[in-house]
Design a protein around this ligand. Structure first.
Ligand SMILES: *Cc1c(COP(=O)(O)O)cnc(C)c1O
Length: 449
């Protein structure tokens, strides 16, 4: 069924239909798997979005390459618990190999080691947990053992931080209010590094800076090189949220966006977005594995003790650990660095091309240059009763977004850029081609017409 579905996904409506069938609830006597599959096909499948397909441009979604689907299927069928060497399996050796392949793909130095987690939110959580521990140590507090003392907890500076950063700070007990916004450069989502320097100069204690490498609205990047240089005179932990932007490093055309990122202390990289492996999968890279153990070591007599080469159970929030490495290994092995680069470059080319068509059109207005794979735009003009700061209102944008989705040919999502209602289209699926761009463009034109 999966094969048939994926073979035909180009022809599927991109947005699912509302479901008619009422939930059946739990029954005493089961239906059997074959009958359940039929039931699924009839009553659930029609409601699903074709988010694995080439023209689902919402959020930053990515798809799943055929090799990754094979790997994921096997990870499910073989059901390894890749948490510890004591599990009688060599699954962890392949996990280590996969992390090394990813490190090399991204061009990170060998001091970095990675751990698999469920998504960029958890990856940011791990990076910020290490930052918390580091800042605590600087002030004589072993946070993992002693807990947080609010009077010594670090403040966290960021420009256009992803929402998951403040969620992570909430989960870490640092609190959402520990996040201090850094003013942005004019018409940019990147922070003004000179202003950051001023804010850091006012701090008398170690703090944390979260740099964005790829914002969700416009794919903008903080100037990581400039930020890293501030470490010569200021004491801070540098975490980079490079959930999808990390993949800019695989192409010479975009690698410069990440200049300086090798100097980070921790880096968040999502795999279920631009590596095109199925949900859920991400990695946190860090050069401070010692702190990772301080935070996440899981000691029990029946488990192994964290040794020289600690296992995932001692490095991440989870104990039991899905073998997420397998789909990534399949995809990296099957397509190589060249294959991944081709996907990234094609997605970026299509985003630039859409941006160029929007710039030329009288229906839409491009709101930010296309730096990577995201196009941020709005309907041109807008009514007199539209948004206060010019442009279309929230309701007008919602109407256009719905009209674009209604034809079932593509799917884009609404946002706001500097308070202005906007639309974003993100290219991150391995299937998307030039021909898809034409279909997307005709859907956009029809919705505006
Ligand atoms: C998607 C994203 C996240 C959150 O990722 P999840 O995988 O959904 O947890 C964090 N930061 C950035 C920049 C993202 O694009």
């Amino acid at each position: 069924m999966s094969g048939e579905y994926l073979d035909g996904i180009d022809a599927e409506p991109v947005v699912g239909r509302p479901l008619a069938a009422a939930p059946r609830g739990l029954r005493g006597v089961g239906e059997g798997a074959a009958s359940t599959l039929r039931l699924f096909q009839q009553t659930v499948l029609p409601g699903l979005a074709a988010s694995a397909g080439p023209r689902y441009l919402g959020f930053v979604t990515g798809g799943a390459t055929p090799a990754a689907v094979v790997g994921d299927w096997l990870a499910t069928a073989l059901d390894q618990n890749a948490m510890s060497q004591l599990d009688g399996s060599t699954a962890l050796a392949l996990e280590a190999e996969t992390l090394e392949m990813l490190r090399v793909l991204l061009g990170l130095p060998s001091e970095f080691s990675g751990v698999f987690v469920s998504g960029a939110t958890m990856s940011n959580f791990v990076g910020l947990a290490l930052a918390r521990e580091w800042a605590g140590r600087r002030r004589g507090v072993r946070v993992g053992d002693e807990g947080i003392d609010p009077s010594t907890a670090p403040v966290v500076f960021a420009g256009s931080a992803h929402s998951s950063i403040s969620k992570a700070l909430s989960m870490l007990g640092l609190g959402r209010s520990s996040l201090r916004p850094v003013p942005l450069l004019p018409s940019r989502e990147a922070m003004d590094t000179a202003r950051l320097a001023g804010l850091l100069a006012d701090q008398s204690h170690p703090c944390v800076v979260v740099a964005s490498a790829g914002t969700v609205n416009t794919g903008d990047f903080d100037d990581i090189d400039e930020i890293a240089e501030l470490r010569a005179s200021h004491d801070f932990w540098l975490h980079i949220d490079a959930a999808f932007g990390a993949f800019a490093s695989v192409s010479p055309a975009t690698a410069q966006l990440l200049a300086g990122w090798r100097q980070a202390d921790s880096i968040c990289v999502d795999l279920h977005k631009w590596l095109n492996v199925p949900y859920d999968s991400a990695v946190c890279f860090t050069r401070r594995r010692d702190l990772q153990l301080d935070v996440f070591a899981n000691n029990a007599d029946y488990l192994s003790q964290p040794g020289h080469d600690p296992e995932p159970i001692h490095l991440a929030p989870e104990n039991s650990h899905r073998w997420r490495a397998l789909p990534a290994w399949f995809s990296l092995t099957a397509y190589g660095a060249d294959g991944q680069r081709e996907i990234v470059e094609r997605n970026c080319r299509l985003a630039r091309e859409l941006g160029a068509r929007i710039e030329k059109s009288s229906d839409y207005e491009l709101l930010a240059p296309v730096r990577l794979n995201i196009v941020c735009f709005s309907p041109a003009g807008g009514s007199a009763g539209g948004a206060a700061n010019g442009g279309a209102s929230v309701a007008e944008v919602a109407a256009i977004v719905n009209a674009i989705g209604d034809g079932g040919r593509t799917f884009v999502t609404p946002t706001a850029l500097f308070g202005r209602p906007a639309i974003r289209a993100a290219f991150s699926n391995w299937r998307t081609t030039e021909a898809d761009l034409d279909v997307v463009w005709s859907a956009l034109s029809a919705a505006a017409g």
